[in-house]
Write a protein that binds this ligand. Structure first.
Ligand code: 13P
Length: 247
């Protein structure tokens, strides 16, 4: 069984009403009946706008984070059920920028994945090592620890998640992991997930970190790379469409 790949754009904290309008229209038009799933993960204030723009197209909507809580006195937080009301299909959890700048621990990331799943949203769980960790030979240890927390908290639902391997040193740096480096980590994540679920083949493992029109095809050709989580290149329709075409 070959599963469809997923190309998800992570806009991060970029965009405005006018540029979103142009970008989403161009992506929706250019992708047509794409052979892969395509999503854009947009800043929360723009979910409603993009939900309307994507209506009637194959483009899916994603959020960049979700609260661990269902509702209540959590100022500034956004619950999974709120996201669901805006047609959100995916929520990124545990992006390295949230781990780094907002102190998100493995256990928090695992709870976020659980909250998303409970609302029928697919979490895109990000894992990845820093440059210092890679150079210290700790890549395997770090990604397995991050993944283990999510597996532990989510039990048999684990087959419903999407994983994104994003080496921190490759994010926004123009320094991509080689297809072989990425494949190596994807294979070990796949093995770890296999030990947790018989449905491992359902799980998409995306690569993220300076993916662009030039390197996407080689990365996506690897046996355990099931798509991409694309930052910078998802903000330009031409580039994003080339990555979609490569998938
Ligand atoms: P870049 O594609 O800009 O390196 O960002 C990757 C990323 O962090 C996607 O979540």
């Amino acid at each position: 069984m070959t599963k469809k790949k997923l190309i998800a754009g992570n806009w991060k904290m970029n965009g405005n009403l006018a540029s979103n309008d142009a970008l989403v229209r161009a992506i929706a038009k250019g992708m047509g009946d794409a052979a892969c799933h395509v999503a854009v993960c947009v800043p929360a204030p723009y979910l409603a706008q993009v939900q309307m723009l994507r209506a009637g197209t194959q483009l899916e909507l994603g959020a960049q984070d979700v609260s661990t809580h269902e509702q209540g006195a959590y100022t500034g937080e956004i619950s999974a059920s709120m996201l669901k009301e805006f047609g959100v299909r995916y929520a990124i959890v545990g992006h390295s920028e949230r781990r780094q700048y907002h102190g998100e621990a493995d256990a928090t990331v695992a709870e976020k994945a659980k909250a998303a799943l409970a609302a029928g949203i697919t979490p895109i769980v990000c894992v990845g090592e820093t440059l210092a960790e890679r150079e210290a030979g700790k890549t395997e240890e770090v990604v397995k620890r991050q993944m283990a927390a999510v597996i532990h908290a989510n039990g048999h639902c684990i087959s419903e998640i999407v994983v994104a391997y994003e080496p921190v040193w490759a994010i926004g740096t123009g320094r991509t992991a080689t297809p072989e480096q990425a494949q190596q980590v994807h294979a070990l994540l796949r093995a770890q997930l296999k030990a947790a679920t018989a449905q491992v083949e359902r799980i998409r493992i995306l690569y993220g970190g300076s993916m662009n029109a030039g390197n996407a095809a080689a990365l996506l050709a690897q046996p355990d790379i099931d798509g991409g989580l694309v930052g910078g290149a998802s903000l330009k329709a031409v580039d994003f469409l080339q990555i979609i075409a490569a998938a």
